[in-house]
Design a binder for this molecule. Structure first.
Ligand SMILES: [Fe+2]
Length: 131
């Protein structure tokens, strides 16, 4: 059975919060993959006992994914900033607001999400390469 190497991102010291956020994203990915796996197995059987167990375990994986999401928000200030404005952007998108209105949501202070991550204010972008 293929498994993710749990040591592939290990470093010979304690992780910074940024590095830990990266590791937790992989953990969350495993939870999401498990949810899809169990859902497929539920769909693939008529055995009600198996379906009940799989549904129970699948719901626990949903909880784990939600907990990891909260943890990532604490470890990654840029992600936390996106989460803060996400519900307003979501509301605007599903209500049919213009692209400009959606993109304007959450702007207007704080320097944006890039400044929330140390060193990210100097990151290269496509625009940087054109200059
Ligand atoms: Fe889990």
């Amino acid at each position: 059975m293929p498994q993710t190497n749990p040591f592939h991102s290990m470093v010979p010291r304690k992780l910074t919060d940024s590095e830990l956020a990266r590791a937790i994203r992989l953990d969350m990915e495993a939870e999401l993959d498990a949810i899809n796996l169990y859902a497929a197995h539920i769909d693939a059987t008529d055995n009600e006992d198996a379906k009940a167990i799989l549904r129970h375990v699948m719901d626990e994986e949903r909880e784990h994914a939600a907990l990891f999401w909260e943890l990532i928000a604490r470890l990654d200030p840029a992600q936390a900033e996106h989460i803060k404005v996400m519900s307003e952007k979501f509301r605007l998108i599903v209500s049919g607001a213009s692209h400009e209105a959606v993109e304007a949501a959450g702007e207007g202070g704080g320097g944006g999400s890039a400044a929330a991550e140390p060193g990210m204010d100097k990151r290269l972008t496509v625009g940087s390469l054109r200059r």
